[in-house]
Design a protein around this ligand. Structure first.
Ligand SMILES: Cc1ncc(COP(=O)(O)O)c(C=O)c1O
Length: 381
């Protein structure tokens, strides 16, 4: 099998597995004041420090969640409740479904007003439009992802943070795909930062929201006073310990090697095939992602053929695969619905080898040529 879907999820690293095993032994409730509780609490707080270090924030700013989706929801709902019925939110048309799908509820039930920043060429953020809307719309919260899960395109999170800070506007960035793939110093100036463990070789079902000191956010998950009263519920200790161990294991040099392999894959396709587009290739993007579209071939057909060859990648985002509607990210890039259905996401990772890249190029060349050849034969009949 060649796994090329690291943006959907990553395999568990040995470090993460070892971290989780440690938590099996610390089974106490971290909120209990007796010895068993204190042991668990020590692991919890130590884990918080390690996640904070990877994200470039303070330990007391980390609130553990069940993942990136929950962290995104916490910021949107918490901010809307904090501000009341005149809440204004400035976002983009390409955010993750956990942001996008919360918007109708916010608008219809809580009276939130939403504006979206336009995209520039190839999916980059139109910074002029952002500045204009910040001034004219005067949002309470700006929510813009640091890196897109489908195209890998980066939004300049720290530049946005600085502009927002000058106008006193709070800024949330979804750094789920950015953590570990670009330095945290490129997104850590945001007021709220979403993180997820399973994109960085940690376990699924755990993540965090960094809430920078002094930023106000209404609580939307009630229970005990866990997570500095910001999120009730006994913590997922095994997940958190695995998340912390995965954070320790992050290393920028991994991604330089991955960038080289990704570029080699793209160069290999360019040398052997024509009539395809790599979306986002002309702007700043994640080092591991190729958003690829073979003109005239539905990605579902090509991915099914590749799957039989043992190659795993996804059409659009994993959350929307299986649904036949085109990805909102690709249509926001200006693609027609038919074109959007041709797009697929190839995302490489730490365990990708040179041999896998070479084999993948061969598989693409064979399958794309075969599908096109068959089309031509059918047309000629
Ligand atoms: C950009 C982005 N945000 C949020 C999420 C949701 O993260 P989780 O799966 O941890 O809920 C994902 C997952 O694919 C993502 O890619």
């Amino acid at each position: 099998m060649i796994y090329a879907d690291y943006n959907a999820t990553t395999p568990l690293s040995e470090a993460a597995k070892a971290g989780m095993a440690k938590a099996f032994e610390c089974w106490g409730n971290p909120s209990s004041s007796h010895r068993a509780g204190r042991l668990a609490n020590a692991l919890l707080e130590e884990s918080r420090e390690r996640v904070a270090k990877a994200a470039g924030v303070e330990a007391r700013e980390i609130v553990f969640t069940s993942g990136g989706s929950e962290a995104n929801g916490m910021v949107l709902m918490g901010s809307a409740l904090q501000c009341g019925s005149d809440f204004r939110l400035l976002t983009s048309p390409v955010e993750h479904a956990s942001v996008e799908k919360a918007l109708p509820l916010l608008c219809e039930k809580l009276g939130t007003q939403v504006e979206r920043v336009a995209l520039a060429a190839d999916g980059a953020l139109d910074m002029e439009d952002f500045r204009n809307k910040l001034e004219s719309f005067r949002p309470h919260l700006v929510s813009l992802m640091a890196a897109n899960n489908e195209t890998g395109v980066l939004f300049p999170a720290n530049e946005i943070a600085e502009i927002c800070a000058r106008t006193g506007t709070l800024f949330h960035t979804d750094a789920t795909q950015a953590l570990g793939k670009i330095p945290s110093s490129e997104f850590n100036r945001a007021d709220f930062i979403t993180l997820s463990a399973h994109k960085i070789y940690g376990p699924k079902g755990v993540g965090a929201l960094a809430i920078r000191a002094g930023r106000k956010l209404e609580c939307t998950r009630f229970g005990g006073s866990q997570e500095i009263k910001r999120r009730g519920g006994t913590q997922n200790m095994i997940g958190i310990a695995g998340f912390a161990a995965a954070c320790d294991d992050l290393n920028d040099s991994h991604y330089e090697a991955i960038r080289e392999r990704r570029d080699r894959f793209e160069a290999g396709l360019r040398n052997s095939l024509s009539d395809f587009t790599i979306h986002g290739a002309t702007v700043a993007r994640l080092p591991n992602t190729t958003c690829l579209r073979f003109h005239g071939i539905q990605s579902e057909i090509l991915l099914t053929a590749l799957d039989l060859d043992g190659f795993c990648a996804s059409g659009g985002s994993a959350c929307s695969s299986g649904s036949h509607s085109p990805s909102h990210v690709l249509t926001a890039l200006g693609l027609q619905a038919d074109e959007a259905k041709e797009a697929m996401r190839i995302s490489w990772g730490r365990f990708t080898t040179d041999e896998e890249i070479d084999r993948s190029i061969e598989l693409f060349v064979r399958q794309v040529s075969r599908i096109r050849q068959r089309r031509m034969e059918r047309k000629a009949q």
